[in-house]
Ligand binder design. Structure first.
Ligand code: NAD
Length: 260
């Protein structure tokens, strides 16, 4: 059913976005990758995905802080594939600081990349979805879209914001064959999280295993990282017929974090 559909996944050059792009390619979905990084590495990811799964994989370097680039990204996907059936708003960044010390430019960047980019991409992709009477929009929020942690004011505000955007757009499109959902992951072992472990261990004078269990996973009752593969399969489920009745939902995949 998903074979031959076309998807854009923002921030898919690493981590969760790449996990979703891989699961989509595996399901026969053509993919537009997006994100920052070394052009040679990105080209190698693009070629590998296309070759391994026999789907079309293209790449846009659009910067998610730039509305005009986001709009051209969607337009060029439509030009290339003919349609954009699935949009995954995944690109995101983090900055941790007390609110009274939070750099204003970090606040602006987090709101732009983690929240406003989804608005611009949705606005550009939605008319085509409405025209064909089928579409899937998946916003990668976070457990921080449902609950807060200290020192993450911009991230928590953006993630709560994207949950609100999800609900509103879902209600606007509910009768048009379009579903709009937010996935709210707990901690996922992406390169971003992995890179923090050795430094945290050194700073706190504990082992890396203790950092994983007592610092990073302290909030996650199952003490297990969510995987990018699990998130990829969940996104595929939401795109399929079995997931069609789910819309306007903020769906935790967080090892019990938000049950507390
Ligand atoms: P990551 O750093 O591995 O990936 C982030 C992606 O976003 C990369 O491809 C990066 O190039 C891209 N990106 C960053 N700034 C960009 C910009 N200005 N323009 C275009 N692309 C840009 O991180 P990740 O952990 O895979 O995070 C992906 C999403 O999942 C984010 O929205 C994040 O908030 C969310 N999330 C992550 C976790 C976690 O524990 N890792 C938990 C919950 C939610």
């Amino acid at each position: 059913m998903l074979q031959g559909k076309n998807a854009i996944i923002t921030g898919s050059t690493s981590g969760i976005g790449l996990g979703i792009a891989t699961a989509f390619a595996k399901s026969g979905i053509n993919v537009m990758l997006n994100g920052l990084g070394d052009p040679v590495e990105i080209e190698s990811i693009r070629q590998k995905l296309a070759k391994q799964y026999g789907v079309e994989v293209i790449y846009s370097s659009a910067d998610m802080t730039q509305p005009a680039q986001i709009r051209s990204m969607v337009e060029s996907a439509i030009q290339h594939f003919g349609t954009v059936d699935i949009l995954v708003n995944n690109a995101g960044i983090q900055h941790v600081a007390p609110v009274d010390e939070f750099p204003a430019e970090k606040w602006d960047a987090i709101i732009a990349i983690n929240l406003s980019s989804a608005f611009h991409a949705i606005q550009s992709a939605l008319p085509g979805m409405k025209q064909q009477g089928w579409g899937r929009i998946i916003n990668i929020a976070s457990a921080h879209g449902l609950v807060a942690s200290p020192y993450k004011s911009a991230y928590v505000a953006a993630k709560h914001g994207i949950v609100g955007l999800t609900k509103s757009v879902a209600l606007e499109t509910a009768e048009q064959g379009i579903s709009v959902n937010a996935i709210c992951p707990g901690y996922v072992m992406t390169p971003l999280v992995a890179n923090q472990i050795p430094d945290t261990a050194k700073a706190r004078g504990i082992t890396e295993a203790e950092v994983r269990r007592d610092v990073i996973l302290a909030a996650q009752p199952n003490k297990t990282f969510v995987t990018t593969e699990q998130l990829g399969e969940f996104a595929v489920f939401l795109c399929g017929e079995a997931g069609a009745a789910i819309t306007g939902s903020a769906l935790p995949m967080d090892g019990g974090w938000t049950a507390q």
